[in-house]
Ligand binder design. Structure first.
Ligand code: UT7
Length: 337
């Protein structure tokens, strides 16, 4: 019996970045740091910061509305909403449910997905499974983050690296010669201690003591995460190529998680890709966690760097520790009419 393969692709994308720009020079005013240190160690020059009344679902809403419009899909047609975030509006209910309501996606199931900065790629892989299995036609995946609310603005080791933003994509079935060719998910919980927020959960509920010890903020061992990231990017990219039966020479474009330009350049070098074929916007947004890959992908699409039929790799890593890769033969819905 022939098994029908349902290919899934990204048929619409939308992003949102808060208006307020915080530069390295601004940070120099309040912190023992410098533009020179931040830029040379991370490639970051500035990042976006939400307004006082903005939270994660507000950012996700705008990105989602733009993605649905780009795909020509009405909210009522969405079967499933997956919101990848580390900074939900609140611990529960899921931010995806808040988004479902505000979008008016009346038919959609909705859940949050927690996989560190890798969450967006995890979300696309999970969402695509529903379509491949025939249990959903239209899936909305968002990566939305308000990192400015969970970083310790007194900790120069971390606060200079992160920013706020959101991205969303619409997944649907695409022609058989396009769409997701392969994917991989990785995790290594033994490294969970290198990037975490110790308090605010069931182990150490928020209390005046945890606040005094600054445990309700993001904590990171930058050097350990760096070492892991370099390995993870390489593994994610090579594994999806292996699973699709392709080689490095077949890769047209790379969209890596935007955490540090040195990690991105290392991944590009391993794939033997010139930087013109790598999405980079870490200089202008910093690390926006789950929003980084859709923000970078959207920019690459807007500037015409990704074309119909290109082999595009999305690869990322983050808290968990987690990592993931996705190889997509790009489907340009507009070009195809
Ligand atoms: O999405 C996943 C999230 N995380 C990441 O991807 C982070 C991965 N790691 C990194 O990107 C890099 O490790 C960092 C950018 C965090 C740090 O770069 P590094 O080259 O690994 O620097 P380092 O940790 O070795 O720190 C060097 C020095 C330290 O001083 P001492 O101990 O050598 O005297 C730090 O105290 O730089 C100091 N330092 C700073 N100095 C000025 C740390 N942060 C700052 C700062 N400004 N903002």
């Amino acid at each position: 019996m022939a098994v029908e393969i349902i290919r899934v692709g990204i048929v619409g994308i939308g992003t949102y970045a808060p208006e307020r720009i915080l530069t390295n020079f601004d940070l120099q005013q309040t912190l023992d740091t410098s533009d020179e240190w931040i830029y040379s160690r991370s490639g970051i020059r500035e990042r976006r910061i939400v307004a006082e009344n903005e939270a994660t679902s507000d950012q996700a809403l705008v990105a989602s509305q733009r993605a649905l419009e780009d795909a020509g899909v009405r909210p009522g047609e969405v079967d499933l909403i997956i919101t990848a975030t580390n900074t939900p509006d609140m611990l529960f209910p899921a931010t995806a449910c808040l988004l479902q309501d505000r979008l008016g996606a009346t038919r959609a199931g909705a859940f949050d997905l927690l996989a560190g900065c890798t969450g967006f790629i995890y979300g696309v892989i999970v969402g695509a499974q529903f379509i491949s299995a025939g249990t959903a036609d239209t899936v909305l995946v968002t990566g939305a983050e308000t990192m400015s609310r969970v970083i310790n603005w007194k900790d120069r080791n971390t606060c200079v690296l992160f920013g706020d933003g959101a991205g969303a994509v619409v997944l649907r079935r695409v022609p058989d010669d396009r769409g997701i060719l392969s994917s991989m998910l990785g995790s290594d919980g033994s490294g969970g201690k290198f990037l975490n927020m110790p308090a605010g959960g069931s182990r150490q509920p928020a209390s005046s003591e945890t606040l005094a010890q600054e445990l309700n903020y993001l904590h990171m061992n930058g050097r350990e995460v760096f070492k892991f990231a370099v390995r993870a990017m390489e593994d994610g990219a090579s594994e999806v190529l292996r699973r699709a039966g392709l080689t490095k020479a077949d890769v047209d474009f790379l969209v890596p998680h935007q955490a540090n330009i040195r990690i991105i350049e290392h991944a590009a070098k391993r794939l033997k890709l010139p930087m013109e074929r790598v999405a980079v916007n870490v200089d202008r947004y910093g690390n926006t966690s789950t929003a980084s890959v859709p923000l970078a992908l959207d920019e690459a699409l807007q500037s015409g760097k990704i074309k119909d039929g290109d082999n595009v790799i999305l690869v990322g890593f983050g808290a968990g520790l987690t990592w993931a890769g996705l190889l997509i033969k790009w489907y340009d819905a507009k070009k195809q009419g």
